[in-house]
Design a binder for this molecule. Structure first.
Ligand code: SAM
Ligand code: SF4
Length: 329
């Protein structure tokens, strides 16, 4: 699949649920209204959609959410998708998780062929963790990280940089990740969906964080690329990677190789734009898969050149109305 700007689309992220056992302050309001259950695709339908994308050249699948591991029986989806690893049609099957359920699932994920997992963790201070996630418990996530390590799954930590919340701790987290053998990726908050607070209060530019980290750590630039938005450095003292995802201060779209599918079968060609394609109707209308195939081609033909996120004090509404938990982070 080649989009109008010549970018090859080889990466599909799939949000399998918009629900979550946490309520992170930058991601959700505490009283979220979730999608009606009747609108959610079955796990079999999600498998069919993913399989169609694999047939069209997707080499990497990332299962996300919401919290993917709280969807009932989600392991059956992983098991089914694992067959594409066995045939060699897929290079990688992975997930992004808050880590709360990894103690239960790490072994099975490893057996299916999941080699790497991204775990979102913004702080290693238990009280702060509860303040950020509202409903989460740090010790459960730490146990999940241990389980992943025992199962032989590589962990990358994703941390959102939050002004006045974890900004003083990021430097220590670089050291902690180094000790545990994890790469770390820092993310700026993006204006996605209504939350209870004001986003301009949370936004911390990573250019500032990087300058501060430079006082303690030696950050060597690398041209390591995952086809994604992160710019990577290597922390000389730990030997581990430190990535920066700066949607607000840097436009990362020229190398974008991905599209995002929601649990209702909506395909978003860009995280930062409203334009979308419905794949549920063609999936259900035509068992031969021809209509779905056409709908995917038509959607890829509309992939926009880039996003235009702005966090603007004069505007009360977020730049994009849907939450990250719907589109899949
Ligand atoms: N629940 C899983 C987790 O937390 O890893 C997967 C879904 S979560 C939506 C994926 C990622 O999006 C997390 O790393 C989270 O920190 C990030 N995220 C959520 N809302 C965001 C926002 N408004 N700006 C930047 N990152 C956000
Ligand atoms: Fe849940 Fe992930 Fe959003 Fe936190 S960031 S509320 S863990 S979906």
């Amino acid at each position: 699949m080649i989009d109008p700007f010549g970018r090859e689309i080889s990466y599909l992220r799939v949000s399998v649920t918009d629900r979550c056992d946490f309520r992170c302050v930058y991601c959700m309001a505490e009283n979220m209204t979730f999608l009606p259950k009747k609108d959610i695709l079955t796990l079999e339908e999600l498998d069919q959609l993913c399989t169609a994308f694999v047939g069209k050249g997707v080499r990497k699948l990332r299962i996300t959410g919401g919290e993917p591991l709280v969807r009932r029986d989600v392991m059956s989806l992983f098991r089914n998708l694992g067959r594409h690893l066995e045939t060699g049609a897929l290079d990688e099957l992975t997930l992004t998780t808050n880590g709360s359920q990894l103690t239960r699932f790490a072994d099975e994920l490893a057996a299916i062929g999941v080699k790497r997992v991204n775990v979102s963790l913004d702080t290693i201070d238990p009280d702060k963790f509860e303040r950020i996630t509202r409903w989460g418990k740090l010790d459960k996530v730490m146990a999940g990280l241990d389980a992943a390590q025992r199962a032989g799954i590589h962990v990358k930590i994703n941390a959102v940089a939050l002004k006045g919340v974890n900004e003083e701790e990021i430097s220590d987290m670089v050291g902690w990740c180094g000790q545990r053998g994890y790469d770390l990726c820092l993310i700026e908050t993006m204006p996605l969906g209504d939350i209870d607070g004001d986003r301009t209060d949370q936004y911390l530019p990573l250019s500032l964080v990087r300058a501060r980290l430079g006082q303690r750590w030696t950050l060597d630039d690398t041209d390591y690329k995952t086809g994604g938005p992160a710019r990577y450095t290597v922390v000389r003292e730990t030997g581990h990677r430190l990535g920066f995802i700066t949607p607000m201060t840097h436009n990362f779209c020229e190398s974008c190789n991905r599209v995002r599918l929601t649990c209702t079968g909506t395909l978003y060609m860009c995280l930062g734009q409203e334009d979308a394609a419905d794949l549920r109707a063609p999936l259900r209308a035509d068992p031969s898969g021809m209509e779905l195939d056409r709908a995917i081609d038509e959607a890829i033909g509309r992939k926009p050149k880039g996003h235009d996120f702005v966090i603007d004090r004069r505007r009360s509404a977020p730049a994009v109305g849907r939450h990250m938990s719907v589109t899949g982070g």
